[in-house]
Design a protein around this ligand. Structure first.
Ligand code: PLP
Length: 441
């Protein structure tokens, strides 16, 4: 696979930027943009509602996208519900369970300590409302799941195991098949958050055998505002919808309503049609590149980057304890500089986009550093040359840090700044340091 050639499909890459923030949102290829444009230019109508040709054509493409997703993740079309994003998918599962009599007081939900907020907050909410207990499974020293702790915490009281397949901070790949099997032995449901795995690796819903799967299009080359909830057919038949209105019904009288067939029972109102068009095109694109190729390239980039930056002075890599069991994410910090400043400097000096802060996973990230951390995340359109620039820039920042402090100290500017209010100190430090780096880089 010629990954360099594929870069031509991503217009934003012509602008000489280095995009290492794909875990936040991937770039979008022209094929996806064209499909969205096709909707607005040629078929800008509603689906499932008109018998005119435009609506019929739009409905066919919309339905094809349900099928494409089903084939892509090994489920059937009835099990594929279009949502707004992973957050929406997970919240819908939470409300399905909340509105049913599935949970009894004292039941337990298991998740892990390394989760994104969306794999914590909905479960805190329902636990408080229904008097459930939310338990967090620990990690081993290499950040893999502590399966023994999982087994200890799992019991007949466990009614839901909800975890991310791949951590958006540490990048750890969780043993979801093993987890699902163990959870099913105690009759617990399993919800997998595939936000960080579906764009990067092959996933088969039937083989994993989880009950629900959530993912989001914008991390897998698709547009924002569209995501998927995959649920086992028997469960989607059993639980009530959580949104009510047009399209999700088959019959309505003044007294009562009957639900539509799957998956429409869970797709109330006019859907994000252009988003679904774009997602369909994104899946075509991913199939063309091949997830095996993507996974292989991801690994090569990760290992190359780790080896390039691991010995840089002042730099500390937090994750990367087991590169073979990790998604292409590097989480790091540098002594003497705040993560937001480091991320800002990477952007200012070499146009490298990274993310800094808590990464919507405050419990785990703040356990490493209360100021947050910097994350570099790769996708198949990234190159080894980009990583070289990244490593050189980090090296430069690290060396300059030392020189800058020396210069600053000798100029006695620290003493002057010391008596000014905090905000001034930050202003002087930040601007002085940035200009020093830019001049010396
Ligand atoms: C593991 C994980 N889950 C869920 C989400 C939320 O995705 P969205 O904001 O598209 O709902 C993210 C996004 O960063 C994520 O990394």
């Amino acid at each position: 696979m010629d990954f360099k050639k594929l870069r031509e499909d991503f217009p934003v890459l012509n602008k000489n930027i280095i995009y290492f923030d794909s875990a936040a949102s991937s770039l979008k290829p022209t094929q996806v943009l064209h499909k969205i444009r096709l909707y607005y230019e040629e078929l800008p109508v509603n689906v499932h509602r008109g018998i005119h040709k435009l609506s019929m054509k739009a409905s066919v493409i919309y339905e094809e996208a349900h099928e494409k997703v089903a084939d892509f993740i090994g489920s059937n079309k009835k099990e594929v519900i279009f949502t707004a994003n992973s957050t929406d998918s997970i919240n819908q599962v939470m409300y399905m369970l909340y509105n049913s009599d599935y949970f009894q007081e004292g039941d337990e939900i298991l998740t892990t300590v390394q989760e994104h907020h969306v794999d914590i907050v909905p479960w805190q909410f329902i636990s408080k409302k229904l008097n459930l207990k939310l338990k967090f499974v620990k990690l081993n020293n290499d950040f893999s799941l502590d399966v023994n702790d999982f087994k200890e915490k799992l019991s007949n009281k466990t009614k839901l195991v909800a975890i991310a397949h791949v951590s958006n901070t540490l990048g750890t790949i969780m043993p979801i098949k093993e987890i699902t099997k163990l959870a099913h032995e105690v009759n617990s449901l399993v919800l997998i958050d595939g936000s960080q795995s579906i764009p990067h690796m092959k996933f088969n819903f039937k083989e994993v055998d989880c009950d629900f799967l959530a993912f989001t299009a914008h991390k897998m080359l698709g547009p924002t505002g569209i995501g998927c909830l995959i649920g086992k057919e028997e469960l989607l038949n059993k639980f009530s919808p959580v949104r009510f209105g047009g399209d999700m019904i088959s019959n309505v009288t003044f007294e009562k309503s009957e639900w539509n067939t799957l998956p429409y029972k869970f797709e109330a109102g006019t859907p994000n049609i252009s988003g679904v068009f774009g997602l369909g095109a994104a899946i075509d694109y991913l199939n063309k590149v091949g997830l095996e190729n993507i996974e292989k390239h991801d690994k090569q980039l990760l290992k190359y980057c780790y080896n390039k930056i691991k010995d840089i002075k002042n730099l500390e890599i937090i994750n990367c304890k087991d590169l073979d069991n990790q998604a292409p994410i590097i989480l790091f910090r540098m002594k003497g500089i705040l993560p937001v400043e480091l991320s800002g400097l990477l952007d200012d000096i070499s146009e490298i986009a990274t993310r800094a802060g808590m990464h919507c996973a405050q419990p785990i990230v703040s356990s490493f550093d209360k100021n947050g951390l910097v994350r570099a995340s790769f996708y198949f359109y990234n190159t080894f040359e980009e990583i070289d620039v990244f490593a050189e820039t980090l090296q430069k920042i690290s060396e300059s840090l030392y020189k800058w402090f020396l210069k600053f100290y000798l100029n006695k500017r620290f003493l002057i700044s010391f008596y000014t209010i905090n905000i001034n100190i930050f202003y002087v430090i930040e601007n002085d340091f940035k200009s020093f780096l830019i001049q010396n880089s």
